[in-house]
Design a protein around this ligand. Sequence first.
Ligand code: HEC
Length: 109
Amino acid sequence: MRHRHTPTAIFLLTGLCAGGFLFAPALADELYEFGEYLAGDCTACHQLEGQAPGIPPITGWPAESFITVMMAYKEGERDHALMQSVARRLSDEDMRALAVYFGKQGKQE
Ligand code: HEC
């Protein structure tokens, strides 16, 4: 039921926009490390540098956009069977961690 999840998404996005509290240094470090760990499930397909054929790059995105897209897969609003099944395995916290981790990739010098 996609409607059951909507309040969570709104809460999450509101939090991200309103406070920026997720990016307080200590918490951001923890999320980054957790994201790096989770990213092992993604980087087989999504390359950290450059782009694999047929796989869009997902590095350097603003966290809000990243989470919005992942939620859209999870809720079935964005159609792609494979990414939907990937996204359904992720909790809100997983997505935040992945957003922080991938957001910082591809940005070094
Ligand atoms: C088996 C290969 C595979 C794996 C594993 C995978 N993805 Fe994907 N991902 C894809 C493909 C293919 C697309 C393009 C889907 C589409 O056209 O909507 C995609 C699309 C995306 C997009 C949207 C990109 C865009 O430009 O709109 C995001 C964000 C994303 N994946 C994140 C992840 C994350 C995070 C993980 C790990 C938790 C992951 N993916 C794991 C293959 C994969």
